[in-house]
Ligand binder design. Structure first.
Ligand code: AHG
Ligand code: MN
Ligand code: MN
Ligand code: MN
Length: 313
């Protein structure tokens, strides 16, 4: 395949201002990738000491990544506001006519930062419909997303992008620090007996899923993986198939994952790759958000396996 970089690929037929937003996200992630790869040498490990709006103790890399994303996106005149896992509220840029909003999880998989396991950055681009760009402007269903994706900081640094009805992957060339198109269209394989889930929660999942998953695993017909970084577990699923489960629990009906900057961007990637994503019986991309940091139960991937696991029952 001839080598084409992200900028040239976007220039072919993407709207120029949307392309600039995606390129700025990618540039921010190259900066984050440098910090990740330096680890202890770049002062990127350990705790920052503060507690974020989620009630989580922030890691230094959560804070550093958030600042990098905010600075880079805040400098793009096409962006009216950003929302971040690490910000209590939307951050507006006094640009009432700017066409885009960007929600992001600057560092996904924080529990893996200090143990050298794959982590990432997740982003979601929404239309800004004019006026004040506060929290409420972001409360749009995931089907409104104009683009979404993640950058995975693993053995390779990869950009997975949902745009124009397709999911495609770019891989960072370390020598030039440019993202090169390596997968023109990701189509998730069917029939893979793989369940991505943290099974320490199995007994607390809603009953139908819990029993169905236990039957698959105890029966020896299905395998299980759990990295603990959503981007890593989803990246495996997009390439190899299977499902990703973080359902609601009897003690946490809305589960753990955040709708606006984790579930919606991932759900668009998965939908474009032939999969589906649900919260109970509801399709994730159809959910009307009520609050900026709203959590939902999340079951995503191979539609047939999701049915076998009774995630919509
Ligand atoms: P974040 O690090 O951005 O807070 O997200 C962590 C999320 C997600 O990446 C992962 O799938 C999930 O938390 C893991 O949860 P458990 O540690 O409960 O398995
Ligand atoms: Mn996350
Ligand atoms: Mn995070
Ligand atoms: Mn977090």
């Amino acid at each position: 395949m001839s080598r084409i970089n992200l900028g040239d690929w976007l220039a072919k037929d993407s709207e120029a201002r949307l392309a600039s937003v995606i390129l700025d996200v990618a540039s921010a992630c190259v900066e984050i990738s440098r910090l990740v790869r330096g680890g202890a040498l770049s002062g990127a490990l350990g705790e920052a000491g503060a507690v974020n709006v989620q009630g989580e103790t922030q890691k230094k890399l959560d804070v550093l990544s958030n600042e990098i994303c905010k600075a880079r996106l805040g400098a793009n005149a096409a962006i009216a506001a950003i929302a971040s896992e690490e910000e209590d509220h939307a951050v507006g840029f006094e640009r009432p006519d700017a066409p885009f909003l960007v929600a992001f999880d600057p560092l996904d998989g924080s529990s893996n930062i200090d143990v050298n396991v794959t982590i990432g950055t997740i982003f979601s681009v929404l239309p800004h419909r004019g006026g004040e760009a506060g929290d409420d402007a972001f409360l749009q269903p995931g089907r409104n997303q104009l683009a979404s994706g993640y950058v995975s900081y693993g053995p390779q640094t990869c950009l997975m992008l949902a745009l124009g009805g397709k999911t495609l992957q770019f891989t960072l060339d370390p020598a030039t620090e440019t993202f090169i198109l390596t997968h023109e269209r990701i189509v998730m394989p069917g029939g893979t007996p793989m369940i991505g889930a943290n099974l320490s929660n199995l007994a607390r999942w809603a009953t139908p899923i819990s029993e169905a998953a236990r039957a698959c695993l105890d029966g020896g017909t299905h395998n299980q993986r759990w990295v603990g970084s959503m981007v890593a577990d989803i990246h495996r699923m997009l390439h190899q198939g299977g499902v990703f489960l973080y359902p609601g629990q009897v003690d946490k009906p809305n589960g753990k994952l955040r709708l606006l900057y984790e579930c919606n961007p991932i759900a668009l990637l998965v939908a474009n790759a032939g999969g589906a994503s649900f919260f109970g019986a509801r399709r994730v991309l159809e959910i009307e958000p009520e609050t900026l940091h709203q959590r939902i139960g999340f079951a995503s991937g191979d539609p047939e396996l999701l049915t076998l696991l009774r995630v919509t029952a």
